[in-house]
Design a protein around this ligand. Sequence first.
Ligand SMILES: *Cc1c(COP(=O)(O)O)cnc(C)c1O
Length: 461
Amino acid sequence: MDLNMFPAEPYRIKSVETVKMNTREERERVVKEAGYNTFLINSEDVYIDLLTDSGTNAMSDKQWSGMMVGDEAYAGSKNFHHLRETVEEIFGFKYIVPTHQGRGAENLLSRIAIKPGQHVLGNMYFTTTRYHQEANGAIFGDIIRDEAHDATLEVPFKGNICLNKLQKAIDEYGADNIAYVCLAVTVNLAGGQPVSMENMRQVRELTNKYGIKVFYDATRCVENAYFIKEQEAGYADKTIKEIVREMFSYADGCTMSGKKDCLVNIGGFLCLNDEDMFQSAKELVVVFEGMPSYGGLAGRDMEAMAIGLKESLQYEYIRHRVLQVRYLGQKLIEAGVPVVQPIGGHAVFLDARRFCPHLTQDEFPAQSLAANLYLESGVRSMERGIVSAGRDKVTGENHRPQLETVRLTIPRRVYTYKHMDVVADAVIKLFKHKETIKGLRFVYEPKQLRFFTARFEEINK
Ligand SMILES: *Cc1c(COP(=O)(O)O)cnc(C)c1O
């Protein structure tokens, strides 16, 4: 690995938070008490926290100073206008409705755009997104390209929609029975895999022929734009801002979790072009979130989000972001640790099927691997496999995703390359005695989004 490839942090640190390392004995107690679910471990008991990149961002000095000019009026806050202008300028949509976080926007969109029995087609799925779609009567269909389901295939733009699958779904269900296409940039559960501009353009052309709407899950759109600049012909000389603008020109709207690419700790929004849909969204947001000019956020939160969005488009920032993730991935690949390839934009995904070949998927190998990595090192990660996928709404059977992964998610602007070295060493050490990782069984399984609060025990054979 050429270490010169990886840029130094494009910032200097002016506020620090001390982390502490506990002992293995303490971690043994902690992981048992948490029911082998890393979501149930207290932050204080974690050394390096790679549970998620959601809301774990470090804000800049400019964002913090923005927090001090929060206009906390109940209606018509000036921070809302700043956010609205920023979002309009960057994404090019006509209307924005702020929400407390991404799933608030998903709730609104699903209620407005889905008639019960209609199909929603997406590139793979996301937990909360699919939940809201199905809760509003949609039948979800995965139309991501086949390669995305294979952890070992190193192809660019693995997050692309398969146009044949899209066409087939239109032929089979009829355009009227498709509520919309939900296109995620990048695809979280596929391993942070990007979608190419060409694919977005083609999806637009095909859906336009049938009058089908396309809504993006914009959560990691800036990371996606970096991959386009780096890897897609014709984009090397375009700015990240220009690329983002073009991406969203092929959509009818989007949901956004500000907790990722907006570089804040809380926030989100829904964007729309259609005026009637916007009216409906405004009627609903007052029920679920708050006034259309704050949607569950404080004025200061909206200010920080507006500033964070602009900062995220800086090339030096996003280049370092994506390459820091890749650095960790490369280290693991070189040590022979099985990971999802190519390395995505926000996380390195351990391939638990190959990491724990001695366990069946019903023994929750990724869940156990995440628990054991914590036990080994104090590094916290997250399961993204059969537990996260949940059960089929109709049959009650487990969804059985081909990808059974543990996600090492890198918070933005928080950790250094040295932290990545520590994480890599911990994973490599665990890989050397992987046969000691035991299977798990449920002792408590929640009905919805079970991965958040489920509890497990070890299976002793
Ligand atoms: C986090 C996330 C969401 C949901 O956003 P929240 O802010 O957590 O509610 C939706 N889609 C993707 C791809 C995400 O990663």
